[in-house]
Design a protein around this ligand. Structure first.
Ligand SMILES: Cc1ncc(COP(=O)(O)O)c(C=O)c1O
Length: 352
């Protein structure tokens, strides 16, 4: 990454395969801009928009997929499309802003449950559900600051006796987790009728816009209950063309996921060797918590002086950010072993 003329090793953001700068995506966007302009204003009849939906359905192994103007609105779309199906909403207390904006707009009772806590969900269900009521549980699949994975399989088990619905904001899971990169539901082995995901094409896929895979029935509900696709302009067509190319690349090149997985495992292990409390998850977001006298804000500044950029997240500085400052490290498939080692060595000097 070049910033103000200086080259840095970059460990921020969400472009886990660096596809936003991939020549195929850039070419697809430029070709589409020349052919179609920026887009059809409020209409949807441009081939790249449909192509995204076809490619996404194939990628996620669902009959259909709905392409929407942003990932942020994916939770809104699901919560409204399904609103005839549930009575109360149970939400992880530090879910993403988009989750809370979505559920606050539905007009049904909302019950937060403790972060990442299936027993807490069980308690809230017992406390609030009346006989015959169906719960909707909604959470991030992967939390954007800490990289924590929601225990979705346990949530699904807790919900099963109530016929509950599980909706997952999987913005950071899609394209990354699961044997085929289909995200958190695939990772936990719970893809199916009562589990839904809202994803984004703006992170791992290198493009732009939200994506909701599903069956005909879900698409009909979206068409009936969600006005955004008819009332708002679609994603810009060049962005759609780039998104389609991003989906193609991830589908054609499973070795990218393997390379990311290797980089994540390597960096997590090396950071553990340095004494950081880092678990063994496959998520390409690594959170460093304070330890001893280490000032993480200062650490971030020192790393920058050494040509390495990581993100310092202030206490409660984002939806799931804890009450203490942390460093967020994003791992990419394209980081070289040398770059990962440079980060580790720089940290070693700062912590010892
Ligand atoms: C958990 C989560 N959900 C939703 C979004 C919004 O997605 P988009 O940028 O595609 O609107 C983000 C971040 O951008 C996010 O981190």
């Amino acid at each position: 990454m070049v910033i103000e003329g200086k080259e840095y090793d970059y460990f921020c953001g969400t472009s886990y395969y660096c596809l936003h700068g991939h020549e195929r995506l850039i070419r697809a966007a430029c070709d589409a801009a020349r052919k179609y302009g920026l887009g059809p204003a409020t209409g949807w009849d441009m081939p790249p928009l449909r192509e995204v939906e076809e490619l996404a359905a194939a990628f996620f192994g669902t009959p259909k997929a709905k392409y929407i103007v942003s990932g942020y609105l994916g939770n809104f779309t699901l919560a409204h499309a399904l609103k005839g199906e549930y009575h109360r909403i149970f939400v992880d207390e530090v879910s993403h802003y988009s989750v809370f904006d979505a559920i606050n707009s539905v007009g049904k009772p909302i019950h937060p449950f403790p972060h990442l806590n299936p027993e807490g969900l069980r308690d809230e269900l017992k406390r609030h559900l009346r006989p015959g009521e169906v719960p909707l549980t909604i959470t991030d699949g992967v939390f954007p600051v800490t990289g924590a994975m929601a225990p979705l399989k346990e949530y699904a088990q807790v919900l099963a006796p109530y016929g509950g619905i599980l909706c997952v904001d999987d913005s950071h899971g899609v394209g990354v987790l699961g044997g085929n990169g289909r995200g958190s539901l695939e990772y936990w082995g719970i893809e199916g009728e009562r589990c839904y995901l809202a994803g984004t094409l703006s992170k791992a896929f290198g493009g732009f816009g939200g994506i909701i895979p599903g069956d005909e029935a879900l698409m009909e509900r979206i068409a009936r209950y969600v006005r955004i696709p008819v009332g708002a302009s679609p994603p810009p067509v060049p962005a759609a063309a780039a998104s389609a190319e991003g989906i193609r690349i991830l589908a054609e090149h499973p070795e990218l996921r393997e390379r990311l997985r290797r980089n994540v495992a390597y960096l997590r292990a090396r950071l553990r060797d340095l004494g950081f409390e880092v678990d063994d998850s496959p998520v390409p977001i690594i959170s460093l918590k304070p330890r001893g006298n280490l000032d993480l804000k200062r650490t971030q500044e020192k790393l920058k002086e050494k040509g390495i950029i990581v993100k310092y997240v202030p206490p409660r500085g984002y939806s799931d950010a804890p009450g203490v400052g942390t460093i967020r490290i994003a791992v990419f498939s394209e980081h070289s072993r040398e770059q990962l080692d440079r980060l580790v060595e720089a940290l070693r000097h700062l912590v010892h």
